[in-house]
Structure formats: C-alpha cells, structure tokens
Design a protein around this ligand. Structure first.
Ligand code: NAI
Ligand code: MG
Length: 361
C-alpha cells in the first residue's frame, strides 16, 4: 500500500449498527476524497448475532488473529446485542475479547453538550458540559474472572471477581493526567468507592495519589461514585477530566450521554496507545432494538467516533472539519433525528453533515 492508505476493519454489528456504520464509511470516504492526502482501504466483517445464529459463534475462532495480523490501522465497530441472544453471550463473544486481547486499556469518552442540542438539565449550555471520561477498559469489574457452581440448586454460588493490577491502574491514571496536560485541561477527578470497598478502591486511591504527585500542574481530586453521579447532574461544569474503573466509567458515560441530550450523540475510542494492536472506535450506545430497522437512528455518535479515529491517525485537519460540520448542522437545527425532536432520517442527517463539510472545506 502507498503512503497515506489506512486499512480499516469494519464490523457493523447488530440492530442500528448496519444503519449508522454506513454513514461513518460514507463520511470518512468523502473526507479522504476532499483532503486528497490519504485514503481508506476497508475490509468488512459480518460478525455479530446473525453470524452467531448461523455459526454458533459471534466471530470465527480465528477472528482475533485475522484482525491482529491484517495490518489494520483501526477498527470501526457497531453495537453488538440482540433480544434473541443473552447479552452476556454477545458481549463476551466479540467486544470484550477485542478490548482485552488488543490491550485497548483506554476507553476515551468525550461528554459534551453540542451547540443547538437541548440538555434535559435546565439552564445548562455547551460551555457547562465539556468533560472527558477516561475509563479503564481491560480489567476491574469486567475482568471476566469468576464462575457459577451448583447451578440451579439451592446451594448455588456465583462469584465475579474484580481485578485491579498495579500496572493496569497506574497506566490509566497516567493516561488521564497526560491527556489533561496535553489537551490544556486543568483537573482530574477520580471516581472511587473506597468507603465500602476497602481493598481495591483504597488501592485505586493510593495509585491515583502517587501518579498525581508527578503532575503538580494538574489539580486532582477524588469523589465517591454515588455522589459523583449526582454531580454529573447538579454541576457538570465543575468537572474536567474524569478517570474511572471499567464499571463506574460505563455507568457515568451513559449518564454523560443523557445530560448531553441523546444516547445517539456519544462517541468512544478504545485505544491501545502503544499501537501494538489496532484501536477500536465505537459509539457508546447499544443496538437500540426499539428503533432498529426504521432508519431513524442518530448517526452522530458513530460519525464522531470516526472523528476520534481520524485524530488517532494524526489526520487532525480532517478531524477538525468533520467536528465543525457536526456542530454547525446541529447548531442550525434543521436536520434532527427523532431523538433530537425532529423527523430527519439517519441517512439524511449523514448527508447534511457531508454537505456541510464540503461547504466548509
Ligand atoms: P441502547 O443504547 O441500545 O438503547 C438505549 C436507548 O437509547 C433506547 O431507547 C435507544 O433507542 C436509544 N438510542 C441508542 N442509540 C441511539 C441512536 N444512535 N439514535 C437514537 N436513539 C438511540 O441500550 P440498551 O437498550 O440497554 O441495549 C440494547 C442492546 O445493545 C443490548 O443487547 C445490549 O447488550 C447491547 N449493548 C451493546 C453495546 C456495545 O456493543 N457497545 C453497548 C451497550 C449495549
Ligand atoms: Mg455501556
């Protein structure tokens, strides 16, 4: 491949995935054409629930090896999950193994109220909601260690162990402080629960304090997860960078999406910062079975995830153009999907954003 060709694995997934992912592809492809300095080489994979119902697995047994050895610069993934299959089967069949195997230990989730979008929080404006959540993504509560014994009997026992390693905890903390420093942010807030969890969360706090000491230019504070959840609602303007464990970050960022106006607006980047493995870009929402097949899902979460991919690839100019177009279209308010109170379809909103990019380029 020539210089400037990025190889992307595309996995549309389930539900609204096959509706929003094509909008990301169309948008990234037009950006590449407009820019002229890079192009995409796409490879599609039909993994997910339909594949599972046919083959008995969410992805082929050599699926991870295919992605690892395929020379991919990134993975675009849609949501995975379907009412026909238990959610733990779909999640552990594809997404969680990807994050763990490819050591995507950073789950970066911007929480921003975009111009023209109404937050359910009265009196909150775009300047009030601008948080970046750095969620640990390979261990903690979602380490996958545990088991069930004596199933279905009165002696049944279920154990799900939470695993925090020094290496895993230090690197997430360090990334949060580095991110704050490099992006000109001023404060890192750690989500904890060290009152009731006296081992792993006290350890989490210890590591937070140790790493914070290396960054005297960045303010640090910690807060118990329950009251931090309340603070997302009562004073989001007091938050800047938030670092959280796998479970806490998962919950906080759906809350973040809600205060930002819609699940359909929230993006994520699952990063392996060392680039030993491909990183993965994905909207934080699920497969939305309640609206799947109607062509009305908001594609912006998926497009914005593509913008995070462009940034990770170093294509900052294209990334800035895409974000500017998303903001401008939302600010004008003419193209809105039903989650934003309008009647625009998924594809029409995608088209409006691409048209806006062309006029801004
Ligand atoms: P969900 O995010 O799919 O839906 C929650 C609500 O948000 C629904 O009312 C839905 O219509 C709305 N919504 C979500 N995305 C939207 C969009 N782009 N535009 C407009 N509205 C949108 O969460 P839910 O219902 O808890 O999960 C559904 C399925 O997705 C489950 O099987 C779950 O396991 C799976 N899931 C998968 C994830 C992934 O693969 N990353 C993440 C979260 C859930
Ligand atoms: Mg989630």
């Amino acid at each position: 491949y020539s210089m400037g060709t990025y190889r992307l694995a595309v996995i549309p997934g389930d539900g609204i995935g096959p509706e929003v992912i094509p909008e990301s592809i169309l948008t990234l492809t037009s950006l590449a054409e407009m820019h002229g300095g890079f192009q995409f080489d796409l490879q599609h994979f039909d993994w997910g629930t339909d594949y599972y119902l046919r083959e008995g697995v969410l992805m082929p047994t050599d699926g991870l090896a295919t992605l690892a050895q395929g020379g991919f610069d990134g993975i675009l993934l849609g949501p995975v999950g379907d009412p026909r299959v238990p959610d733990h089967v779909t999640l552990w069949g594809l997404l969680l193994p990807l994050r763990q195997t490819f050591d995507q230990y950073i789950n970066l989730r911007p929480v921003r109220l975009l111009p023209g979008v109404r937050s359910p929080l009265a009196e909150k404006h775009p300047k009030d909601i601008d948080i970046v959540c750095i969620r640990e993504n390979t261990e903690g509560e979602y380490a996958g260690a545990g088991g069930r014994i004596h199933q279905g009997t009165e002696n049944e026992v279920a154990i799900q162990s939470t695993i925090f390693t020094r290496k895993g905890t230090e690197r997430i903390m360090r990334y949060a402080f580095e991110y704050a420093r490099q992006s000109g942010r001023k404060k890192v807030t750690s989500a904890t629960k060290s009152n009731s969890m006296q081992y792993n969360m006290v350890f989490w706090d210890d590591v937070f304090r140790q790493v914070a000491a290396e960054y005297p230019d960045i303010t640090h504070e910690q807060q118990l997860i329950d009251s931090l959840g309340a603070r997302f609602v009562s004073s989001p303007e007091s938050l800047d960078v938030v670092v959280a464990s796998n479970l806490f970050g998962d919950i906080l960022t759906d809350l973040g999406a809600a205060i930002s106006g819609s699940m359909g607006l929230a993006p994520s980047a699952n990063l392996n910062p060392e680039r030993r493995f491909p990183s993965l870009f994905q909207a934080i929402h699920g497969s939305a079975p309640d609206i799947a097949g109607k062509g009305i899902a908001n594609p912006i979460a998926s497009l914005w995830s593509g913008q995070l991919l462009l940034d990770f690839l170093g294509e900052h100019e294209a990334a800035t153009l895409l974000m500017g177009a998303i903001e401008e279209v939302l600010a004008r308010g003419q193209a809105r999907t039903p989650d934003l109170g309008g009647t625009t379809t998924t594809h029409q909103l995608g088209d409006a954003i691409r048209e806006q990019m062309r006029s801004m380029a």
